[in-house]
Design a protein around this ligand. Structure first.
Ligand code: NAD
Length: 368
């Protein structure tokens, strides 16, 4: 059985609490002989700053480069509000994204039937939802130059951000979306604004060309503003949505909130495939932050972090059955009524972080 090398970077706040639960799940898969994982832990964020004076050490970066996948908890907190900008906790995450060249951000929005009533949409519009937003993460208006605020001769100021994409950047993110669609329901919706933006015109052209290489995958083009409306009207019409950095930022947050708590949302960031092995660098992390308000209290919901490991099983290791098993166990736990505080209605009994971990391990035992 192949062994997979996992680097776990718990980070700050609730990061270590939820990371401990994911380690239990990783161990479960190892013990059951479903897959073997070599795991290492290292510091990132404020905890790395406290130990090494930087948000991620060179040693940890080396391990991240060598790992088959990185599992990242969360970083940040008031304690580090005053540290120099280049050493702030978030700098550790940004360095990982940059050095591992993680250009593709995957944000699933899945609605477990047991939580459908927690959504702001009606149950019939949301129950069973399973969509994936593929966002370009390293280009576009957040990075384009010039990016500045200048003072004009008349005393007014002028701010500029530059939306810029090359065919290569659009090509590689589009291929990720089409490849993923093939593992799902074979549909890609490309969201841009070709009606008012030149970058949108190029985006649409490149996506159309690549679509011809995937005749088995349905391709539709949708204006990004219309996509936002459709997401809150009838999200189940989508399978994979591919978009640039700015639109992806907004559309993935819209999709996320359709499904309830931050504590439920996993994500993945993928790099380019290695020319020799085809393996991609990858980092998996919950969407939530370090939640200082509940850190150290044992209240955090570990599902987003455990679901992030599920994405690693699916997208880094090709262990689809193991990923389905884990998703099924999470669904069973929710269906049985087990809730952490963030996903419980008023008056509902709740469990803590460890209790939710226990329930997921028990559900795995039952299914596996
Ligand atoms: P947050 O996601 O940490 O918390 C927002 C709210 O959601 C809080 O009320 C929190 O208790 C709750 N919450 C979050 N995760 C939860 C979980 N797993 N279970 C139960 N409840 C959960 O966002 P914030 O409060 O804006 O930021 C707090 C810190 O986290 C800041 O320092 C911020 O910079 C950092 N942050 C880090 C990341 C990251 O590491 N990727 C992302 C976002 C924010």
């Amino acid at each position: 059985m192949a062994s997979h090398n996992l680097l776990i970077l718990p980070g700050d706040g609730i990061g270590p609490e939820v990371a401990t639960q994911v380690e239990r799940v990783v161990d479960w898969f190892g013990k059951r002989g479903i897959a073997r994982f070599e795991t290492e832990r290292d510091l990132v964020g404020g905890s790395a700053y406290d130990a090494h004076g930087v948000a991620i050490s060179e040693d940890a970066m080396k391990r991240a480069h060598a790992a088959d996948a990185v599992l990242f908890g969360a970083v940040g907190g008031q304690k580090w509000a005053g540290v120099p900008y280049e050493h702030r906790p978030e700098a550790g995450l940004l360095r990982l994204r940059k050095d591992l060249k993680l250009f593709a951000n995957l944000r699933p929005a899945i609605c477990y039937p047991a939580l459908a009533d927690a959504s702001s949409l009606k149950r019939e519009n949301i129950e069973g939802l399973d969509i994936l937003i593929v966002r370009e993460l390293t280009g576009g208006v957040y990075f384009g130059e010039p990016k500045e605020i200048v003072t004009l001769e008349n005393g007014q100021k002028r701010a500029v951000d530059t939306q810029v994409y090359t065919t290569g950047e659009i090509d590689r993110i589009t291929r990720v979306a089409f490849d993923l669609a093939r593992t799902r329901r074979n549909k890609v919706s490309s969201a841009e604004k070709h009606n008012v933006m030149r970058s949108g015109v190029l985006w649409k052209q490149v996506v159309t060309e690549i679509g011809k290489e995937y005749p088995d995958v349905e391709l539709e083009h949708v204006l990004a503003d219309n996509c936002a409306m459709q997401l809150v009207r009838w999200p189940k019409q989508y399978d994979v949505i591919v978009c640039d950095n700015l639109f992806g930022d907004i559309l993935s947050d819209v999709a996320a909130m359709l499904t309830g708590s931050l504590g439920m949302l996993p994500s993945a960031s993928l790099g380019a495939p290695d020319e020799k092995t085809g393996a991609r660098k990858s980092l998996y992390e919950p969407v939530h932050g370090s939640a200082p308000d509940i850190a150290g209290k044992g209240l955090a919901n570990p599902i987003a972090m455990i679901g992030s490991f599920g994405m690693a099983l699916r997208y880094s290791f090709g262990l689809t059955e193991a990923a389905d098993l884990l998703d099924g166990a999470i669904a069973d736990v929710l269906a049985s009524g087990v809730r952490t505080r963030d996903i419980a209605g008023p008056g509902v009994n709740t469990v803590g972080t460890v209790g939710m971990g226990d329930a997921i391990i028990k559900a795995l035992d039952t299914r596996g």
